[in-house]
Design a protein around this ligand. Structure first.
Ligand SMILES: [Zn+2]
Length: 441
């Protein structure tokens, strides 16, 4: 892969930025971001000294400063499938709609689909995501150009076939070495064993060993449906978490997506292994998995619970503001409790907890932290009145309240403008239409 510093829209070099007069935790603050992309000063008068050093000054007097959001479960390029097939029975949806389309995907499709996903995430305040899909070299190129942080994994699926396993092993090794070779600290590789029902025990064990050797994360789907649990017990004599654990896949570098059908003991196992959970409330409701991720048990056990959207075929939006709201509402509904998953906890899931899961230094705002920041418009109805920043952010705002996004010290969106947006929308729409034509559906 050719090394490109920045992309069409991302400034090649960082320049010092001064955010002036933002609201942050009930106070008015300035934030000075140095040329290393770090928050060098934060406070009421931080701007005074920094004013002459700043190359860009952002007037943030009607803006709320919050950490950038972290989406811990995506299949980014599935943006191309948004709205293609909805409201169908699961098997029909997968076998007649989604899989045939995916079989015709090309690297170029994944590149434009991932750029569209990055655009949508930037517009809705997400600065980092955890992605699993195919043609991941092309996804990495898209992320590099769009300026976000991402942990990327190639979706490893061997279906118990030894020849296929060998090919998946080679593909995973190749991808990890490609990403490491990019030398771009924003982009990290991970290993992506898809799930216990698509990867053999040998494949899972290989993934665990390879991730350990490489010192990288594991991204896996876990206990999404009751069927998955029943089938795993029938085939392996163990529940999905116990089986993953026996294969060495539950580690503190692991992010397990969904985790709906878990009992208390299995939550305690995840806690003991230090595995993070990605809660995907919208996808779970849309695909009617019939069980909400057991948040109270996770919390009781001390599991690091984070938030994800899942791919666009099962959501159909990458807006984490909506996911925060859906999580807070679903948990209350499922547990018959108005106090379950209050707004501040939903916000922590989408920021600090997500960053911890991916082992990246974002998710909080403080001196010395990387500038992964979002400014939210305070002038809209969703943020008025401002009795509680957190309540408004979780229950009333959507991604469209986001005004400005900074990641790793670079401005990705300024007052609603993302460079290159028109081209991304046009090219992604064209790729999606061509994909449907090629598939003949
Ligand atoms: Zn998924």
């Amino acid at each position: 892969m050719k090394k490109r510093a920045g992309g069409p829209g991302i400034p090649e070099k960082r320049a010092p930025i001064l955010i002036e007069g933002a609201r942050h935790r009930g106070r008015t603050v300035d934030a000075f971001i140095d040329a290393e992309g770090k928050i060098a000063a934060l406070g009421r008068d931080a701007g005074k000294k920094a004013r002459r050093d700043a190359e860009t000054r952002i007037d943030a007097r009607r803006l709320l400063l919050i950490p950038g959001l972290v989406n811990t479960h995506t299949h980014a390029a599935m943006t191309l499938l948004r709205g293609f097939a909805d409201d169908l029975p699961l098997r029909e949806w997968l076998e007649e709609k989604i899989w045939p389309l995916e079989a015709h995907l090309t690297g170029e499709d994944v590149y434009w689909g991932t750029r569209l996903a990055c655009l949508e995430m930037i517009r809705s305040g997400t600065v980092a995501f955890n992605d699993m899909y195919f043609f991941m070299e092309d996804a990495a190129r898209a992320v590099e150009e769009m300026g976000l942080r991402a942990t990327l994994s190639y979706g490893f699926i061997d279906l118990g076939d030894p020849d296929r396993r060998e090919r998946e092993i080679r593909a995973t090794e190749r991808f990890v070495s490609t990403v490491k070779g990019m030398g771009e600290p924003r982009i990290r590789p991970a290993v992506g064993p898809h799930a216990v029902y698509t990867v053999s025990p040998e494949g899972l064990s290989w993934c665990a060993g390879f991730a350990r050797e490489e010192g990288i994360g594991i991204h896996v789907h876990l206990s999404e449906t009751g069927q998955e649990v029943q089938d795993c017990i029938a085939a392996r004599g163990k529940s999905p978490p116990a089986h993953l654990d026996a294969c060495g896949c539950l580690t503190e570098r692991t992010v397990a997506a969904h985790c709906c059908w878990l009992d208390r003991e299995e939550c305690a196992l995840l806690a003991a292994r230090g595995t993070s959970v990605s809660h995907n409330p919208t996808s779970n409701m849309k695909l009617s998995v019939n069980r909400a991720m057991p948040y109270p048990w996770m919390r009781e056990a001390g599991v690091n619970v984070t938030l994800g959207t899942d791919g666009c075929a099962s959501n159909n939006s990458l807006d984490l503001f909506r996911a925060m709201r859906d999580a807070a509402l679903l948990q209350k509904f499922a547990w018959g409790s108005q106090t379950t998953l209050p707004a501040p906890e939903a916000l922590l899931m989408a920021t600090e907890a997500g960053a911890r899961a991916l082992g990246i230094p974002s998710g909080t705002i403080g001196k010395g932290a990387p500038a992964d920041l979002v400014l939210v418009d305070l002038d809209g109805p969703a943020m008025t009145p401002l009795h509680s920043e957190e309540s408004n952010l979780v229950y009333a705002a959507t991604g469209s309240s986001v005004d400005t996004v900074i990641c790793d010290g670079r401005i990705l969106m300024l007052h609603g403008e993302v460079p290159g947006e028109g081209e991304i929308l046009a090219r992604a729409a064209k790729a999606a239409a061509a994909l449907v034509r090629r598939t003949g559906r």
